[in-house]
Design a protein around this ligand. Structure first.
Ligand code: ATP
Length: 235
């Protein structure tokens, strides 16, 4: 069973179709990048998957659950990392993880929290530091640890690579591969063609709310991808 299935999903704002007949399918462990410029409909798509917006048409299933009819049940299976992962600044990484896991209905002890943070790639010396001053990459790692703690089936990331340096982007790739190895499906929305190409296994190009291309990341080089992207957006 796919972890995420969108069938002909559409949503219009004031007669303008922000998402137009979008179909997507992510199997367990699949890492998918939804590429598109500002206004392509990426955030609207994530918001519909999360149940914050209701599509006008089509269906969305998360782990077999109808996300339109039962958004709470669907959301329980999703971990969402916005462009900036918000953590409580006064709490340490361990405490943040405990707190957010509890909000998701999971009680975890400090030893488990340490293991999850290590699995998410957060360096040991940061586990007991207050989150205030954490870099974007460190926040993402705590966010992934929260996803692991709540045993999410689907990880959604909005612009995960923006503002990351090369080393942090490389870390992100490893963390996402780790999540994927556990069977978590990962959907990233981004306009960063280059960084995301090393992380995602499948790429979809969204233009004016429509999926205009879809292919395996391994089958396309960076220069070819840029050319394809520009061609598809010009069409
Ligand atoms: P960005 O990277 O800028 O967030 P995006 O690909 O995520 O871009 P969306 O934010 O999903 O794009 O927007 C898609 C279209 O829908 C745009 O034309 C936008 O102006 C419009 N739109 C989005 N949200 C609303 C809203 N609440 N009311 C009216 N129009 C909206």
């Amino acid at each position: 069973m796919p972890v995420l299935r969108l069938e002909s999903v559409s949503l219009a704002f004031n007669g303008h179709r922000a998402v137009d007949g979008l179909s997507l399918r992510l199997e367990p462990g699949e890492v998918y990048a939804l590429l598109g410029p500002n206004g392509a409909g990426k955030t609207t798509t994530l918001n519909m998957i999360l149940g914050f917006l209701k599509p006008d048409g089509g269906s969305i299933h998360v782990d077999g659950i109808d996300a339109v009819a039962d958004p709470l049940a669907a959301r329980a299976r999703i971990a969402y990392l916005p462009e900036t992962v918000m953590l409580h600044p006064a709490l340490t990484a361990i405490e943040n993880l405990g707190y957010f896991a509890l909000l998701a209905g999971r009680k975890i002890d400090a030893a488990t929290a340490r293991n999850l943070l290590a699995d998410a790639g957060l360096q040991d010396e940061a586990h007991d530091r207050r989150a205030q001053g954490f870099s974007k990459g460190m926040r993402q790692k705590v966010g992934v640890a929260i996803a692991l703690a709540k045993e999410a089936r689907l990880l959604l990331l909005d612009e995960p690579t923006s503002g990351l340096d090369a080393s942090a982007a490389n870390d992100l790739g490893q963390v996402i591969r780790g999540a994927s190895d556990r069977g978590i499906a990962v959907l990233m929305a981004t306009h960063d063609l280059f960084r995301v190409k090393d992380v995602a296994r499948r790429l979809g190009i969204l233009h004016a709310g429509r999926l205009v291309d879809e292919r395996d990341a391994a089958a396309i080089g960076p220069v070819e991808l840029e050319r394809l992207y520009l061609e598809r957006l010009a069409a």
